[in-house]
Design a protein around this ligand. Sequence first.
Ligand code: UD1
Ligand code: CA
Length: 463
Amino acid sequence: MAAGKGTRMKSATPKVLQPVLDRPIIDYVIKNILTIGISPENIGVLVGSGGEQVEGHVNKEFPEVKILWQHEQLGTGHAVRCAREWWQDYENLIVLNGDLPMMTPESLNELISCCEQHDCTVITFNAANPGAYGRIIRENNHVSIIEFKDASLEQIKIREVNAGCYAFRVKALESVIDLITNNNAQKEYYLTDALSLMNSQGFNTGAFAMPEEEMQGVNNQRELAEVSRAMKERIINHWLNEGVRILDINSVYIGSDVTLAPDVVIMPNVQIWGKSQINEGCYIGSGSILNNAVLGRNVKLVAYVFIEDSELKDFAKAGPFCYMREHSCLESHAFAGKFVELKNSHVGENSKVPHLSYMGDATLGHDVNIGAGSITCNYDGVRKHKTRVGDNCFIGSDTMLVAPVEVSDNAATAAGSVITQQVPGNALGVGRARQVNIENWVLRSNLHKTSTSTSTSKPEGDK
Ligand code: UD1
Ligand code: CA
């Protein structure tokens, strides 16, 4: 159920698209269901408020998941009724509030197994602060739920509350779904009323409690922040158990789709997001931010390295202060150093771009050295062009490679050159003005006089 407005979030973004770490809430819920082996065609997402946005997102991330519409948000019971055509031919139906990102596959499996025992089972938790949650009433082996706003003072004291996860036998649900009314404090059709209706028709209802951490819903920004912190801790603990070394667990963030290998070392203030994959022995230096980064074995990010959609192969090294983006790649033992930006560029094995360089749309062969300050001039103001530097090339410091251009294998360029034409293999490309020395120019110029007079004369008005 993801059709609600999420009014209490006070945000233009629908609640289920609010991010926990780097993914929307709804993704955790759907991934959880997929993890236990339910195929995506058997998952339906009820959308309504901000529904186009939610639909667009789900279609992109989980194309086989079915979108179901609740055009008017008249309550959770109404939401389930709107989807009836979709669920009525199943034997069992699991209904989950869309705002429960912390639920685990184990709890979901346990809920599913309850379909054997009860016509309806709900997951509950014992709340430290039961707030506005629906209260669980257990009487004569039956379970029912009273919403907070409709509860008596006595019922409000109950600490066991409804988490918003239900397992229904479809036959039982069908026989009560049309009987739910909106005759209550909120004038809403409550799904929770299905339980008392079932009880009165002789169906059986049950409930089991799960730890509160897992059942924490998201209704406002504070709860979103709390859930994000809990998710961050869960992910960090998982990787610590898998042999990753994290120096400062408080300042490190790792997204839920990241994979890490044993003996990865993560220094303070690191963020790793997206589908990043980090292999054995990598060292992620302080201040580094990675998004969809693929790192082979023993890659070293010295410090403050920003990588987006790019790859570093075994023993490659980057940083400090290096920026790699748009499918750049450092082949094994390659190096990109201080104040270096790589965009859509491929750096061959053993090649080095050590200082102050921009390589855009460039392909460098193996064993290339790019001198300090060298850049590709890849953009002519309209289009981007490619640069190719062959194997074993030596690019002198401050070379401007004006693309499209090629420096062929084993060639070199002279420092300070503007290279606009191909440099053939084994040649030296020189593209700079010759140096001219003007004898005694300094003596004839006013240079010394000016500088001494400035240093001895007092500024005007300073008397
Ligand atoms: C609901 C439960 C409450 C439970 C709590 C747990 C009801 C009547 N109450 O209350 O017992 O303790 O969840 O968090 O169900 N939604 C729709 N369409 C609607 C209304 C809601 O799809 O018309 C969806 C929302 O997007 C959300 C979920 O249903 O994912 C729950 O809605 P919410 O408004 O958060 O329900 P609560 O008032 O918290
Ligand atoms: Ca809720």
